[in-house]
Design a protein around this ligand. Structure first.
Ligand code: NAD
Length: 456
């Protein structure tokens, strides 16, 4: 068991201890802020091309250790090896993309009478990134890479259960030549190390990814210090299948739209909304697709779905599913490890807990709808607004529904949500602010306006 002073990292597929890591205290956070503040002023004064070059070297170091990072993620988080390789590659790509922004981080020249007016984008200073366990590497990098590129220092607090890849990334940053203290990892408990970052006056911005409950606390505490806070929170995203869609393609794509990462994905399409006239046919197609999903050893190349992260998460997921509830169920291993089978529940009341709350496990519900207006109303009948998919062959309908669904990331005839060069973030209770995309660096700057008189 993890204690106050140490984090015990378990392999979720075997329940074996992978590592124990000392837990950072509030005093450790204080000391880290001092080091980061010094490193940041040196970093910001480097020539932009030099900062970019160092970030590219960091990307090369990650690339050179891709397999090692991926294997570490399999062990600490139970991610399938295919996913884990993609995740390490995402860190590398994001560092490269952010490095390309350093020399392009330009302000404006605005016409004014009597002089010249320019805006300057200055770094914020020290940025705190608080990451969850579900995608430890990518989510750490989404905050870290653009923040560093914009001239900030970063203190990263990984989740209690998954500190190992974050710690390895910090070592690689040093090997690549990033200044000591510029990017530090503080593994620790949320209410201790995470909270210390949020309450520290020397931390200018918090990038928080995690649950809506903790996110609201972070926002409240951060706002007391007028701290910049961005929140990437939960979701209960719809997968809307119209009767005119390519039903075979829609059904084939549905399993991994909510089973990827064992459903521990804030973008998981866990509400499958199907037009009533196609409902029976869609379930006929979906059933064998769910049963065919291979669940097992995440280190095996052919595995599509691994275990849940922890016993606590397994118990949480179990609490949503009655064993005799009607639906489709896949297979999962027995024995050690935190396993739950792929599950699609039918005949569910849309107000039931499992249809309304984020389960964060391999569980979806199917709900029928009558027409386009009904589909949009059902899709929007949630406090969340992160992602969603629309399956139809009618282009006009695809556009109308994309405009009507209140969510930050929609895909048509696809379930893709996240690319490092397109913006990502949520509406409503799914968050505040955007990450990734062309404006990622700007989100880590203050705009300074300077007017230079020509009349003096
Ligand atoms: P969590 O909110 O419990 O923890 C997230 C992070 O916050 C962890 O590092 C944790 O240690 C830290 N934390 C906990 N209490 C804190 C406090 N009082 N002060 C400061 N930091 C604190 O969430 P989780 O269980 O790790 O992750 C699962 C949740 O995250 C799900 O609800 C999921 O939807 C959401 N999530 C959202 C996104 C997104 O991009 N929108 C991505 C991943 C996960």
């Amino acid at each position: 068991m993890s204690s106050e002073h140490v984090l015990e990292v378990l392999n979720p597929a075997t329940e074996e201890v992978v590592a124990t890591v000392p837990a950072a205290t509030a005093a450790d956070v204080d000391a880290a802020v001092v080091r980061a503040t010094k490193a940041q002023s040196r970093w910001a004064s480097l020539a932009p091309g030099e900062r970019a070059r160092l970030l590219r070297r960091f990307a090369v170091a990650v690339d050179g250790h891709l397999e090692e990072l991926a294997q570490l993620e399999v062990r600490e988080a139970g991610h399938t090896i295919g996913n884990a390789r993609w995740e390490a590659g995402n860190v590398r790509d994001l560092l490269d993309y952010a490095a390309g922004g350093v020399e392009r981080l330009t302000g404006h020249q605005i016409p004014v009478p009597g002089g010249l007016n320019v805006t300057i984008l200055e770094p914020l200073g020290v940025v705190g990134v608080i990451a969850p366990w579900n995608f430890p590497m990518p989510i750490a990098a989404w905050g870290t890479a653009p923040a560093l590129a914009a001239g900030n220092a970063v203190l990263l607090k990984p989740a209690e259960t998954t500190p190992l890849t974050a710690l390895r990334l910090a070592e690689l940053a040093l090997e690549a030549g990033l200044p000591e203290g510029l990017f530090q990892v503080l593994p620790g408990h949320g209410p201790v190390a995470g909270n210390a970052l949020v309450e520290h006056p020397g931390v200018a911005k918090i990038v928080f990814t995690g649950s809506t409950t903790v996110g609201k606390q972070v926002l409240a505490k951060g706002s007391a210090l007028l701290k910049r806070v961005t929140l990437e929170l939960g979701g209960k995203s719809p997968n809307i299948v119209f009767a005119d869609a390519d039903l075979e393609a829609a059904a084939a794509a549905t399993p991994m739209s909510f089973l990827d990462n064992s459903g521990q994905d804030c973008c998981a399409r866990t509400r499958i909304l199907v037009q009533r006239s196609a409902y029976d046919r869609f379930l006929e197609l979906l059933s064998p697709a769910i049963e065919a999903v291979t669940v097992g050893d995440p280190a095996d190349e052919s595995t599509q779905m691994g275990p849940l992260i922890s016993k606590a998460q397994l118990e949480r997921v179990r609490s949503y599913v009655d064993s005799d509830a009607p639906g489709i169920r896949g297979k999962a291993p027995e024995g050690p490890g935190f396993w739950f089978p792929p599950t699609v529940l039918t005949d569910v009341d849309p107000r039931a807990r499992v249809a309304a709350e984020e389960v964060f496990g391999p569980v979806a519900v199917v709900l029928p709808f009558d027409d386009e207006a009904d589909a949009v109303a059902l899709a929007n009948a949630t406090d969340y607004g992160l992602s969603g998919s629309i399956w139809t062959r009618d282009v006009g309908r695809a556009l109308r529904v994309s405009q009507a669904v209140r969510a930050g990331n929609l895909s048509v005839n696809s379930h893709s949500s996240v690319r490092y060069w397109t913006p990502f973030g949520g509406f409503k209770q799914s968050g505040i602010g955007r990450e990734l995309g062309p404006d990622a660096l700007t989100a880590f700057t203050e705009t300074k306006n300077v007017f230079i008189s020509t009349e003096a």
